[in-house]
Design a protein around this ligand. Sequence first.
Ligand SMILES: Cc1cc2nc3c(=O)[nH]c(=O)nc-3n(C[C@H](O)[C@H](O)[C@H](O)COP(=O)(O)O)c2cc1C
Length: 360
Amino acid sequence: MSILFEPVRLGELQLANRIVMAPMTRSRAGSDGVPGSDMVEYYRQRASAGLIVAEGTAPSASGLGYCRTPAIYSAEQIAGWRRVTDAVHARGGRIVLQLMHVGRAASHLNKPAGAATVAPSAIRARTQLFTDSQGLVDTDVPEALSLEGIAAVIDDYRQAALNAREAGFDGVELHCTSGYLPMQFMASGSNQRTDAYGGSAQHRVRFAMEVLQAMAGAIGAGRVGVRQCPGNPYNDIDDQAPAETAAALCEAVAPLGLAYLHIMRSPQADLDAFALARTHSPQALILNDGFDGASARAALEAGEGAAVSFGRHFIANPDLVERLRNDRPLAGFDRKTLYTAGAKGYSDYPNWQASLEVSP
Ligand SMILES: Cc1cc2nc3c(=O)[nH]c(=O)nc-3n(C[C@H](O)[C@H](O)[C@H](O)COP(=O)(O)O)c2cc1C
C-alpha cells in the first residue's frame, strides 16, 4: 500500500491517511460570515481526506475583508460551523479551521459597519480586491495597531480557537502567509514599527508567535498548526530576507510543541522551503503546492514530510482520496465559479462513480 494511505498522528490529530485538503477560500458564506448548507455539503463530500483544513476564517469582524468569507466570532457563526464539523465527523473525517485575519488586505465594503482595517503600520497594500457592491476596489489604508490593539487582536485569535473547538473543530491552523496580518508583521516592508513587534526578524515574528502561544494555551498545542510560505509576495508583501524571517518564526514557535507546520514551496527559486522547515522546525510537516499522487508519494517515501496537502485537485474531485487510491483520472475545475455564490461549481462536482453515470 502506498504510504499516502497510511495513518499518521500530528500532535493530538489522528489522521486516517496522509492526504490533507488544503484551505481554500470559496466565498460561499452568508454576508454575516455564517456557513450555510452549501458549505456543509461541500465539506461533507471531502471528508475522506485524512484532514481537512477548512478555509481562511476571520477571528473577528476586523479580520474580515473579502466577499462572503466566513468568520467565527458570533454564536450564529459557531452554530453554522457546527453543522459542517458534524457532517465531516459523521463520515469519520477530521477537520481543523484556518484562522485568517486579513489585516490591511481588506476593503471596509466587505466588513460589518464600524469594523476597522488594521495593520502593523499605516501602509496600504498596493492591490485591489473584489466587492459585491462596487466590483474591484483599492484596499483600505490601514490603522497602525497600538500595543493595546495588538493585545486585543491576539485575544480575538485566542477566543476564536476556543470558538472553533465549541463548533466541533479538531483544531485550528494559523494563516501566516499570503500577505495577511501575521505576514504583514513578519515582512520588513509592511512592518515599520520601532517597538518590540518591529525591527529584527525575531521582533517581527513576535506577533505570530504570541498568537500561536495564546491559541495553544487555550486549546492545547497539539491541536494548533501554523502555515508558512517563505518569500510569498502576494498582497504586496516585500521582505528583505524571507528565509531568515521564516526560520525565525520556526525557531520562536519550536518550544510550543505545535501539531504541525503546513509548509508551502517558496515562489523564490533559490529558497527551498521544505529544507528550511526541516532544519528549523521540530514539528511534523504537511507539504504543499503542486503535488499529484505520484509526487506526493515520492516526497513522503523520501521522508520529506508527514503528510501532503492538495488544494486545487480537491475542487473538482470530492473523492480525491479514492481516485488516488484507485488510480483514476482527476477532473479539472471551472475557474469562473471559484468565488461565485451558490452550489454551482462548488458542491455539485460528482465523485468518480457518479461522473461515469452522467457521461454519455
Ligand atoms: C481557490 C483557492 C483559494 C485558496 N484559499 C486559501 C486560503 O484561504 N488559505 C490558504 O492558506 N491558502 C489558500 N489557497 C492556497 C491553497 O491552500 C494551496 O496552497 C494552493 O492551491 C497550492 O496547492 P495545490 O497545488 O495543491 O493547489 C487557495 C487556493 C485556491 C486555488
